[in-house]
Design a protein around this ligand. Structure first.
Ligand SMILES: Cc1cc2nc3c(=O)[nH]c(=O)nc-3n(C[C@H](O)[C@H](O)[C@H](O)COP(=O)(O)OP(=O)(O)OC[C@H]3O[C@@H](n4cnc5c(N)ncnc54)[C@H](O)[C@@H]3O)c2cc1C
Length: 423
């Protein structure tokens, strides 16, 4: 842990002040009508579209997103465990439209980098001077035998907002007391690395309070994970006998699923859970591959100052899809990158040199309604990648009042960040 660090409170204050303090950007040259198209209306894309439009009313900003309602993943584990209404995860685009952002509710199907154009479902074409991609993650459907897009309808991943989160919540609510939920955790890189363990914790909380004979088993494709000592300390304290953790070395790697018999197989065992939450291996959203900005890893290499793709000129990639070095794949990082990218796009369109940025990320994990831990960091570009400049993780041994304060900080962070992006 770095001594010269941003405290969690500092980072939270930064997030809460962000809408007022960070969005104003230098206006681009008046009289021009440059066109920026943004693909993906999540934490990265919506924040970027907004920051771009606020930089200059004359800038033409088009946001392409298939869904009229965005379902946020942060705090969704609480909704899955019945601690929160699913509707509190939902956000529309009315405010962005009111600010003059053209919103197209369709999926981008192709990008012609040479012609600088995007084609959406139905064939409509949009030309751009600069394109920003923030499509989030997609799954490596071929990585786990037996699992597929179709099977996810009965064994949900709940790793992308929308129906999947509601489906997993329904399955767990309907489960008989005495049943088992398996949460299968993939290898990294993946979206929000602590979130599977947060999910298992909150499901365990639900069982402790409402289905005391039930159990949650975490099958992990890894031997270690972020904030492991904090999570495992809490599990010992709160969920002994309810939550079981199986690491890679102990046989946690899921090797196959059978949607008919509902069996989840590992190298050593076969599980027949009442509910199987299978989180597959991930890669950048498919449109990144189609645009030619994803490399062989499936993720998108970018210039860390401008977020411009290293593979295609005039296309920027932010959020989970981008390779941003030490920065975690989080909503906090995505919205922070969005503002830096918007400033860079504006500078480039004006013929100015973008400034080297410092970025913040803060990630809270709820373990019980009044018990949370967190990880915050400050990052800056060194060479080609973001390097961690300062970081702080919740202490392993902390009094309950600190855990409770972090739980209310988590809620405050979510309210501030979603207001900044969609409100
Ligand atoms: C269970 C869970 C809990 C989490 N908790 C936290 C947390 O506590 N804190 C935190 O900071 N982060 C958290 N995250 C991570 C966070 O949700 C992501 O890092 C964040 O959403 C990334 O933003 P993004 O813009 O890259 O992608 P997204 O927010 O997923 O947005 C991508 C958007 O692109 C759209 N899209 C995709 N393809 C196309 C296309 N072809 N055309 C048009 N649009 C397209 C999608 O519809 C989507 O709206 C959590 C994630 C999960 C799964």
């Amino acid at each position: 842990m770095n001594k010269d660090r941003a405290t969690r409170r500092d980072v939270l204050k930064t997030a809460m002040a962000a809408s007022a303090a960070i969005f104003p950007l230098p206006a681009i040259a008046q009289g021009t009508a440059e066109r920026v198209v943004v693909i993906g209306g999540g934490f990265g894309g919506a924040a970027c579209a907004r920051a771009l439009k606020r930089s200059s009313a004359k800038l033409s900003v088009t946001l392409i997103e298939p869904n009229r309602v965005y379902t946020a993943c942060p705090m969704s584990n609480a909704a899955i465990a019945g601690l929160r209404e699913l509707t509190s995860q939902e956000f529309g685009y009315g405010r962005l439209q009111g600010e003059g952002i053209d919103t197209v509710f369709a999926a981008a199907e192709s990008v012609d980098a040479a012609a600088r154009s995007v084609t959406v479902t139905g064939g409509q074409r949009f030309e751009y001077d600069r394109l920003v991609l923030s499509p989030g993650v997609d799954f490596r459907w071929d990585a786990l035998p037996g699992y597929s897009r179709e099977v996810a309808k009965t064994m949900p991943h709940a790793w992308i907002g929308g129906d999947q989160i509601a489906l997993l919540a329904r399955q767990i609510a309907a489960m008989e007391d005495g049943g088992v939920v398996v949460v299968s955790v993939p290898v990294t890189p993946s979206r929000c690395p602590p979130a599977p363990y947060e999910r298992a914790s909150l499901i365990a909380h639900m069982f402790k309070t409402r289905k005391p004979r039930s159990k949650v088993i975490v099958l992990d494709a890894k031997d270690s994970f972020t904030m492991q000592r904090q999570f495992q300390g809490a599990w010992k304290q709160l969920y002994q006998g309810i939550l079981e953790y199986v690491s890679l070395s102990d046989g946690g790697l899921v090797t196959e699923v059978d949607p008919v018999s509902k069996v989840v197989s590992t190298d050593f065992d076969k599980y027949k859970p009442a509910v199987a939450n299978i989180i597959p291996q991930q890669k950048a959203g498919t449109i990144a591959e189609l645009a030619g900005v994803a490399d062989r890893t499936g993720w998108c290499p970018v210039d860390p100052i401008t977020f411009e793709s290293k593979l295609q000129a005039n296309i920027h990639v932010i959020g989970d899809a981008a390779i941003a070095g030490a920065m975690p794949r989080s909503a906090s990082a995505a919205s922070s990158q969005a503002r830096i990218c918007a400033a860079a796009v504006v500078a480039l369109l004006s013929g100015n040199k973008p400034q080297a940025p410092t970025l913040n990320s803060s990630c809270f994990s709820l373990i019980a309604p009044d018990y949370a831990i967190s990880q915050t960091g400050r990052y800056r570009p060194v060479g080609d990648l973001y390097t961690e400049e300062a970081s702080e993780i919740s202490p392993v041994d902390a009094p309950q009042n600190l855990r409770a304060r972090e739980a209310s900080d988590a809620e405050a962070w979510f309210t501030a960040t979603t207001a900044e992006v969609f409100g």
